[in-house]
Design a protein around this ligand. Structure first.
Ligand code: KIV
Length: 256
């Protein structure tokens, strides 16, 4: 059954929420048949698929292209598109225009926006305009060139900042929020204090749900992050299958 941003929000306190990234029709079908509740077309498409070192080079046009491919697979999980690097800091009319393109051109049902307190007023206006928004606080990969990839909530001062971000995103009307690489104790505090689902990645088990990059989970990536715990090694299976076929092609017909 098709999920919605409202049904995802209603799952808080009912059961853990399963989220996966997908970037094309094939991974969308896998995520849907694999039982995901929500598909995020993440800007992790940059690292996972496009051979980029990080997500900074991912553009709006790339995101719309991949989001539309996911939507064309007609997956059951609600599809959320990721607003790429720095666009959320444009003027509100431009941000509204970008988000409108995700819903109208690519067919997504909502957008995800990386950032906390500073972006809360923008998120509140987007929600007011009818755009469902998923927040993303904690480690923000789009800020790799300013903060690096650092775990969050390790000092009392940083804990206060992340908690403030989470509260601001909830107050702005987001339907859920990603907590990326946040200290587990802080995750428990945030999850019990906010009324919207917290979706963790590298943040332990105390969130309302989990999200992983599908390529990490399926074993397509060479160096998955330590928290990913791949459930398959599809890279090895694919290489074995391809080598088997290459051998067949190279074997003279007479000796087959
Ligand atoms: O871009 C992405 O895939 C993400 C998730 C990993 C949360 O932001």
């Amino acid at each position: 059954m098709k999920t919605t941003t409202r049904s995802i929000r209603a799952l808080k306190g009912v059961r853990p929420i399963v989220c996966l990234t997908a970037y094309d029709a094939i991974t969308a079908r896998l995520a849907s048949e694999g039982g995901a509740d929500l598909i995020l077309v993440g800007d992790s498409v940059g690292n996972a698929v496009l051979g980029m070192p990080d997500t900074v080079g991912v553009t709006l046009d790339m995101m719309l292209h991949h989001t539309a491919a996911v939507v064309r697979a007609k997956p059951d999980p609600v599809v959320i598109g990721d607003l790429p690097f720095a666009l959320a800091h444009d003027s509100f009319s431009k941000v509204l225009g970008y988000c409108r393109r995700f819903l109208q051109e690519a067919g997504a049902q909502g957008v995800k926006i990386e950032g906390g307190t500073r972006l809360a007023p923008t998120i509140a206006k987007l929600v007011d305009a009818g755009i469902p928004v998923m927040g993303h606080v904690g480690m923000l990969p789009q800020r790799v060139h300013t903060t690096g990839y650092r775990r969050r909530g390790l000092t009392a001062e940083d804990q206060a900042m992340v908690l403030q971000d989470a509260r601001a995103i909830e107050a702005a009307g987001a339907f859920a929020m990603v907590l990326e690489c946040v200290d587990e104790k802080l995750v428990s505090a945030i999850t019990s204090q906010v009324k919207i689902p917290t979706i963790g990645i590298g943040s332990g088990q105390n969130c309302d749900g989990q999200i992983l990059v599908i390529h990490d989970l399926l074993g397509f990536t060479a160096n998955p992050p330590p928290f990913a715990h791949p459930e398959a090694n599809l890279h090895r299976s694919a290489v074995t299958a391809l080598q088997r076929w290459a051998k067949k092609v190279r074997t003279p017909k007479t000796s087959r």
